[in-house]
Design a protein around this ligand. Sequence first.
Ligand code: C2E
Ligand code: MG
Ligand code: MG
Ligand code: MG
Length: 279
Amino acid sequence: HQAKHQINRVLFYEKNMEKCSEQKMLLEHDLHKALENQELYLDYQPQIDVRTGEIISVEALLRWKHPTKGIISPADFIPIAEESGLIVPIGEWVLQQACSQVKKCQEDCQLTIGVSINLSIRQFFQHNLAHTVKRVLAETQLHPACLELEITESMTMDRKHAVETLCELKELGIKIAIDDFGTGYSSIAYLKDLPIDTLKIDRSFVMQIPTGDTVLISMIISLAKHLNLTIIAEGVEEEFQWEFLSREGCNLIQGYLCGRPMPLHQIIETIHFQQAAQI
Ligand code: C2E
Ligand code: MG
Ligand code: MG
Ligand code: MG
């Protein structure tokens, strides 16, 4: 009886695995056509000055409007894009699209707003990454100082490659941020010699404010200050989190409290509104 039960469990498990990989294969198949069928688009989330509330920059976040399945979250399709290699053309499209849309936003608002773009690990290991970025900047006429690329700690594990690639990118005049900071394995000493500009504190730390353990978040902020890095907190949802981060000297915040990811034209409207209120 016990053995039969075991076998059933294994069969059930295998069936689920099959279903799962079948679903993945179907999605991968659809993803191949997503770019040319114009099913991909970008939402943007504001990054605001913790003290003034002004929108300083935006993060581009990729969305897939599947013809039958509706909107699919990047958490569900980026891994598939990554495994299949599709992330390379998709990532280049994101770069092109975000730079040209934000350039247009700058012209509309007469404001040098910045844009952050997430890089995937495969993109980070493309030998022509810096060339691609350089070309897109030239094509879109976006000022390099307005572009920030986000990488994660795990991408810097191959230290030699990370330093070389980051130096090449920095030579273009763009900025580099470490995303989801605190969730990876990098030590403080490790951070010190990387040519980066910004630390993004992961949402899991922000969620601790103020009832949980806030020692770590305070330490990360003071570390960033000592290393002369800009510090941004992600996933800010509550007023008291904003207050805490402001008191600790965090520079920027991003989260549902200041705005969900949205079409860029909505952000432009908000900026116009803020500009009108200042006059
Ligand atoms: P991420 O870069 O860490 O982006 C932040 C994620 O947190 C976004 O999820 C955003 O919508 C969400 N978020 C922002 N504020 C809040 C908040 O206050 N509360 C909560 N609960 N969540 C918040 P999203 O858009 O689903 O993206 C998930 C991840 O997918 C991103 O994490 C990033 O790693 C990846 N991703 C998104 N777009 C791209 C892209 O163009 N290229 C690559 N390679 N990865 C991307
Ligand atoms: Mg990010
Ligand atoms: Mg993040
Ligand atoms: Mg995250």
